[in-house]
Design a protein around this ligand. Structure first.
Ligand code: NAP
Length: 523
């Protein structure tokens, strides 16, 4: 039977961001908290992306929580299974598993202005929460290609993030659509099993060598015994990745060395002139995410693999017809076509007090938040991996932990000052984003290629256009003066009337509080 439940803080999602929020808030004493997770386990993208060859292209020591380093990584770039095991063990050891309700899908999140609380509808119960933290991820809603006839294909069709492990590929003719980060891992992993593989490339990506290796038992023992050694390696990995930011956001000249490495890698691995022409990128390196692989080009040179560059015209029951009129028979169709990032369907489920969805707001105004985390008109809502927090060059966990600092500081500020809600001022959010847009327009991401960094208008609202330590600095402490706020009903006496940070009188106390006490202070 459906129940109405009340909780202080509700977290949606148990991937790296949602789980991190649950751990951090519990540590800070905000333990009246529930996490709703639609899947049957923690892990988010690392639970869902089980396609052959799935692995991270951020170094293992850097791609982990700072509070839970793992000396046992088996290699420089961790495979999916190892990251999934890691996040499960962190969830287990942190003691927050009993706060997570698995198999619960959030269907609507709506702010009730009267009660100044969020109503969260799910396919099970209804929740009433003061604070909502969205940890739904950015790269989680598969984007299926809109290709004529795709529904009529008679074989199996699946997205890389929903890999169908029951489908046997041995002896089959397989088509892979896309040449992004997922495709370049899948294709070399399955090429040896299939009878024939057609790879449909719309845009040739930039590929750099993947400098991967296994870690010896001695190295792992050293990391176990001397934790500061692992921290030092992590710091070096972090610093070397931050160097890329100069080229990506400030000076194209700084991209020259990696462009040359990319060209040399291609020239060394592809001898055939026609193939080399077909896989030579025609956009600036870094505009799309730079990919790492030692096996992509050699796989395209295999006898049983064809690179198809003529555009897909339609899918038939038996295969794919391209614009040059060629019919390519296929038994299995793998779509490696990426994710809904700037147009995630989850944004349609989040409504402000007037019923306006985040999707609607962002479709009109562009996807924007304040410090990537809070959105004006949506009080006490914290969006993890929100607008302008995405990265192509380094670890998203670093960005997530920056946001967790901000979230924890906001919660602490509200607790100390007896606040019911905080809602970022529209003008502050507007000014913040105007500055971000000016920065982003100077970056390589808006230099003329298509990518998930961009929205329909060609802006790049998904990515952070600066050094990640600059974001860490911005989010270190909650800046209450950027927010309108209301007093909590039961904390009237603690709301300061002479707060030096907040000269403006714009706090609208909770109606209920005013009625109850008759003496709610306005700052
Ligand atoms: P993606 O980078 O967005 O690539 C999608 C690919 O599909 C592109 O090659 C795109 O071509 C192609 N495509 C899309 N629609 C198409 C259509 N209708 N017809 C033909 N081709 C079409 O997606 P992804 O590879 O899944 O990667 C997404 C992100 O996930 C990555 O950037 C990365 O952040 C993350 N990821 C990371 C790893 C890793 O750490 N190793 C692995 C996988 C994913 P165009 O280029 O022409 O648009």
């Amino acid at each position: 039977m459906r129940q109405n439940r009340t909780v202080d803080t509700l977290v949606v999602g148990a991937g790296f961001s949602g789980l991190g929020a649950a751990i951090r808030l519990t540590q800070e004493g905000f333990d009246d908290l529930v996490v709703l997770e639609r899947g049957s386990d923690v892990g988010g993208t690392w639970r869902d992306n089980t396609y052959p060859g799935a692995a991270c292209d951020v170094p293992s020591h850097l791609y982990s929580y700072s509070f839970a380093l793992n000396p046992g990584w088996s290699r420089a770039f961790s495979p999916q299974g190892e990251i999934y095991d890691y996040i499960r063990s962190v969830a287990h050891e942190s003691g927050v598993l009993d706060k997570i309700r698995f198999g619960v899908e959030v269907t609507a999140v709506e702010f009730d202005a009267e009660r100044e609380r969020w109503t969260v509808e799910t396919d099970a119960d209804t929740y009433d929460a003061r604070v909502v933290v969205l940890g739904v991820g950015a790269l989680c809603e598969p984007k299926l290609p809109e290709i004529d006839g795709i529904d009529e294909f008679s074989g199996q069709v699946f997205h890389t993030a929903r890999w169908d492990h029951r489908t046997v590929l041995a002896g089959k003719r397989v088509a892979v659509i896309g040449t992004g980060a997922s495709a370049i891992q899948v294709v070399p992993s399955i090429a040896g099993q299939v009878e024939h593989l057609d790879v449909y490339q719309r845009t040739a990506p930039w590929i750099l060598p993947r400098i991967d290796r296994t870690y010896s038992e001695t190295e792992r023992a050293a990391y176990r015994k001397i934790p500061c050694l692992q921290r030092a390696v992590r710091a070096l990995q972090y610093a070397s990745r931050e160097f890329q930011v100069v080229g990506l956001t400030r000076s194209r000249a700084a991209l020259t060395p990696i462009r040359l490495i990319g060209r040399a890698h291609l020239a060394m691995q592809v001898r055939d002139r026609r193939l080399r022409e077909a896989v030579t990128p025609t956009f600036e390196i870094g505009c799309k995410r730079i990919l790492l692989s030692n096996t992509w080009y050699p796989t395209l040179s295999r006898d049983n693999v064809d690179l198809v560059t003529s555009p897909i015209e339609r899918v038939t029951a038996d295969g794919i017809v391209t614009a040059d009129g060629v019919d390519h028979p296929a038994d299995v169709l793998v779509v490696a076509t990426g994710f809904h990032v700037t147009d995630s369907p989850f944004f349609e489920r989040v409504r402000d007090a007037a019923g306006r969805t985040l999707a609607d707001k962002w479709a009109t105004d562009g996807m924007e938040a304040y410090k990537g985390t809070t959105v004006s008109g949506y009080p006490n809502l914290f969006v993890l991996v929100g607008p302008a927090t995405g990265l192509g060059h380094s670890s998203m966990i670093y960005m997530i932990e920056s946001q967790l600092n901000y979230l924890a500081s906001a919660m602490e500020t509200m607790r100390e000052r007896g606040l019911q809600t905080v809602d970022v001022r529209e003008a502050v959010q507007g000014a913040y984003n105007a500055a971000l847009r000016a920065d982003t327009n100077e970056t390589v991401w808006t230099s003329g290629c298509a990518s998930w960094y961009l929205d329909a208008k060609g802006n790049a609202p998904a990515v952070w256009p600066d050094f990640t330590f600059a974001y860490r600095g911005q989010t270190r402490e909650f800046d209450l003066s950027a927010y309108r706020r209301t007093a909590a009903a039961d904390a009237v006496a603690t709301v300061s009337t002479d707060d030096p940070d907040t000269p403006e009188v714009d706090v609208v106390p909770a109606a209920a509080a005013a009625e109850k006490s008759g003496q709610v202070n306005q700052q």
